[in-house]
Design a binder for this molecule. Structure first.
Ligand SMILES: C[S@@+](CC[C@H](N)C(=O)[O-])C[C@H]1O[C@@H](n2cnc3c(N)ncnc32)[C@H](O)[C@@H]1O
Length: 214
């Protein structure tokens, strides 16, 4: 997916991936990350997810990365928060109490931008990327976070039945990317009622990834 694909989706309001409410798999499983209040979660490719409001209300700090500045304007507007905005290398940094969002290409994000984070919450980020980008994504994420624990939400369906995004990512592929650094565990698998986009039978899968030596 080129950047223009996502910019266009945001400009046209074609954001079927955006959920109006907290993702139930986040609410069901975030405790497995064993985070103290005040811990910092990183949300790569965060869009304007409502999950950010839920995490902030729960007493967590949030760092996000998102390509679309429009998405981040809408995020802060819907949160009712006025951010401070500054340049940070190739990225634009939106910041307010307990929230930092870096606008630009995830692959331009550095450890210096991000700072220390305690955990990762990936919903619709890995699965938003085509096969040939996913290794680069998982490698960058591990390097940025020093393999911080993750709650990861993916989809599994017959890729012949529908084009991504979201893409189907198999268990074998998740293990290929993450098993060298993490203990990888499926914690819930939900059949999507009515199918994914009403087009294919699909499961939404929640994974907990704990540091292999942690
Ligand atoms: C499928 S959406 C998911 C958004 C969010 N995680 C959610 O659950 O609503 C994928 C998001 O990734 C953003 N994105 C795609 N490629 C990106 C990149 N290289 N760097 C940063 N964000 C990117 C898109 O603009 C889009 O908002």
């Amino acid at each position: 997916m080129e950047a223009s694909f996502w910019h266009q989706r945001w400009e046209q309001g074609n954001i079927g991936f955006h959920e109006g409410q907290t993702n139930p798999l986040l609410a069901n499983h975030y405790k497995k990350l064993n985070l103290e209040k005040g811990s910092c979660l990183f949300l790569p490719l965060c869009g304007k997810t409502r999950d950010i409001a839920w995490l902030l209300a729960g007493g967590y700090r949030v760092v996000g990365a998102e390509l679309s500045e429009l998405a981040i304007h809408e995020l802060f507007s819907e949160l009712g928060i006025e951010p401070k905005i500054s340049k940070s290398g190739k990225l634009v940094h939106y910041t307010a109490t307990d929230i930092d969002i870096f606008v630009g290409d995830f692959f331009d994000l550095s450890v210096e931008n991000l700072g220390l984070i305690d955990a990762i919450y990936d919903r619709a980020a890995l699965v938003a990327l085509p096969t040939n980008k996913r290794k680069q994504y998982t490698t960058h994420l591990i390097n940025l976070s020093n393999a911080a624990p993750q709650l990861l939400i993916t989809y599994e369906y017959d890729q012949h039945g529908m084009d991504g995004p979201p893409f189907s990512v198999t268990e074998a592929e998740i293990k290929h990317h993450y098993a060298p650094n993490y203990q990888v565990q499926i914690v819930e698998r939900v059949n999507i009622t009515g199918g994914l986009k009403g087009a294919v039978v699909a499961n939404e899968i929640a994974w907990v990834l704990q540091k292999a030596n942690g």
